[in-house]
Design a protein. Sequence first.
Lengths: 417, 257
Amino acid sequence: MTTPLTPPPKKNPLKRSLTPTSPPGVRSRATLGLTAAAAEGRFMLQTCAECGTVQYPPRDACCKCLSVDLPWKDISPTGTLLAESTVRTSTNLYFRERAPWRLGSVQLDAGPTIICHVHGDVAPKSRVILSNRLDRSGQGVMMALPEQRTPDMEDDPELRAMSSDPKHRRVLITDARNPNAPTLAKALHDAGATMIFVGEAESWLPNPQRDALTAIPGVEIMALDVTDTTSVKELAGEIGGKLDILINNAQFVRPGGAMARGDVGFAQDEMEVNYFGLMRLAQAFGPGMCSRTADGVNSAVAWVNILSAYALVNSADYGCFSASNAAAYSLSQNLRNDFRASGLRVMNVFVGPTEDDWHQELPPPKVLPPAVARSVVQGLKDGLEDVYCGDVAKDMIERFRAGPKILEREMTKGQQG
Amino acid sequence: MSTLTDLTQRMASGEVEIVDLTHTLDPDFPVIILPPEFGQCARFRMEEVSAYDHRGPAWKWHNISMSEHTGTHFDAPVHWISGRDVPNGAVDEIPAEKLVGPVVVIDCSEGSAQDDDFELTPEIIEAWEAEHGRIPEDAWVLMRTDWSKRRGADYLNMREDGPHSPGPTPDAMRLLAEERNIRGFGTETVGTDAGQGAHYTPPYPAHFILHGAGKLGLQCLANLDQLPATGAILIAPPLKIRNGTGSPLRVLALVEK
């Protein structure tokens, strides 16, 4: 049984913080398919279009018929643990620091045998579920989990090394005025986050959500305006050294495309919050978080951006807002590169139209705060990079994958935004 | 001795004091709030360009951005629809001699301390004149409320039905603009109008009547409690922005001790 994590003791100021190290990160292009699937929590393997063979490890040709037509397909993740071993020392720095480390081989019901990480609660020769996870180098790796949930299984050291679990961690939610802030803060508290800082801009204006927020244990309201570089730097100076998860929920949204608006006023606000806001936060909080990714139980793990699904394709009714989110999405990819060496994970949560004042004229389905909070917390627990929240976002990514140009043409019919 | 030499000597000796009536341009200083579907007044923002570093080894400087109506600021007649056809109504066109001149202060601080929606009325103006004499032509008139001493949420004093802060009634503005022919009107609040000024006829009388008559406005002033009722000189030159409707500025007063 997994030993549940206890709240970490206060840090010994005489001890040097560990420098982050990474597990091996080099992969063939074919193998990156595994990473892409792990990024959104899917268990996928190459499946030969000619002979139907499911193969692992990924290759450029089918191991049975040499076909090069090898689409990635969702596969049943069930199998049986064949053999196992525990590595007690390693020449690789990352595993050396984390030994002992359990490994094994799993015979997948779908065919192939897979060498994988093994959860501590998996009994010898038992039935397992293989989970395709991102490791700290941001690559997809396989981990065998017990077939049935076990108590505190998320606290297993190997599993926790791959997740971004909020338990015992300290979180910043950037916008106390976003309608999703109280629900998000509550969900993080329920998931075990110890401190939940919530940024509030312009304290000289009333915030009707203030009481709901401060009623949640662990919540502290902090002055933060993502459009003001000084304010972002000041808060980073205050809490940047103990922040484990940053959730950027700041958003400025107004309906309208470029031609409907006729000026750049709201578009500037959208860029200031949705794009430059993210950049300011990254420049102020990124370096501190990146330096603390090996800092024990409450180490820095994840950077979360709550983006609009319209980051993927422009929606005419919200043409300028979509553009600002596309910019933020592109910047998040840049941050993935810059945070990669540290292992700090950038998770984007793409959300469909939300149930609020600015989407009043849109028909349902619209996303409510509990759905956003569930997506964020589950995504963190599963260590994901890409989460699609709500029917519109899920539909959008499906159509995007089927053909970005077709989706673009569908979304740009010629109605005035 | 020439007048100016005399003045500079008196300034040096402290007989003439310079009072700063300006709030610091601060990113967190409140601005006027409109319903969210309208365009909003930009807050003051400052981005570092270099700070004696690789971006500029020997110098530090910032790029700043804001609205024409951010912080302690000046309103030109073209700011309001009623003043759009006033000749020389933009900040760059206002003659320089209008930017330095006499100022009188009507003290409404006591009433404003009792009532957030305190009104400056013709009766109050006439009572002031009974004590201090008729308001001189072409003078600045400032409404002292001590509102500049408020901080945070108390400054805008925003409630469900909008902001609550003192200001002039339409009749008071007509008296000042049309009968006294003042140069301009200034307040310590976020606008020249009362917080609830939208509910007068005409709405926002300070803006509508003042600018319609080609007069000037000043708001977010500070330190009005350091000015005498009469006899001071106000120095209030806005930035020379082409077709500008207003401008943040440093407002100073010369006060004889």
